[in-house]
Design a protein. Sequence first.
Length: 266
Amino acid sequence: MTFKSRSSLLGTLIAVASLAAGGFSTAAAETVATVNGADIDSTVFDAYLESRFQKPAAQATPDELATVEQELTDIYLLTTQPKAEEFSEDPQIKAQLELQYRGTIAQAVARDFVTTNPASDAEILAEYEAQLEQSSDQQYKARHILVQTQAEAQDLIAQLDEGADFQALAKEHSTGPSGPNGGDLGWFAPDQMVKPFADAVIALDDGAFTTAPVQTQFGWHVILREESRENEPPTLESVRDAIKQRVEQTKFQDYMQGLRDASSEG
């Protein structure tokens, strides 16, 4: 059984926001250093360190602390030069700064939404059961030979009819990534494959290959269904995290759609 997750800009934003949760300290900022009259406070220092070394500031080594201090000092030295004020009025730079500002605030709002609207146990269970209903009760083990033209595929089927070895033909002719492995695709559920391919596999008997080429957006396939078995669904606990993320992404997408609708009405 396959549990699908949604990939989108919103999904990326919510994932980033979730990872960032808890990353802001409520402690009062202290001045770490002063460069040309500009103070580097501890919140800036800690944020730069965490982005630089991918670890909390409290876990930084003395060498890492020294590196951050030097790099921030250099940044502040450059941004306090007379030329920096001129660049701050450049339209492109102002646009970049605006995007960085908006992106940071958007992540904070998304993080707050995730924190205050977590997936409940009931919602996770409902999504799990919905995906169980949509999943296939069978899995298949198959091989395929992928070629560019229908004629090539028909020729391969003719060779198979004459007793040619499927794996050998796949290694020699298949343009797909599984070719070197004799076209082996391993075990899969139908919803993991594009529909024409999945339909062809389902229609076959174990041990049979397609008697006509199967076309998908990838090219022309000759397919051998080796085995089939009942699909064992994963336990709720084994997929809880993925289901939770999906539910929260859906909530966030609904929230965003509501904002869009309200904005268009205004």
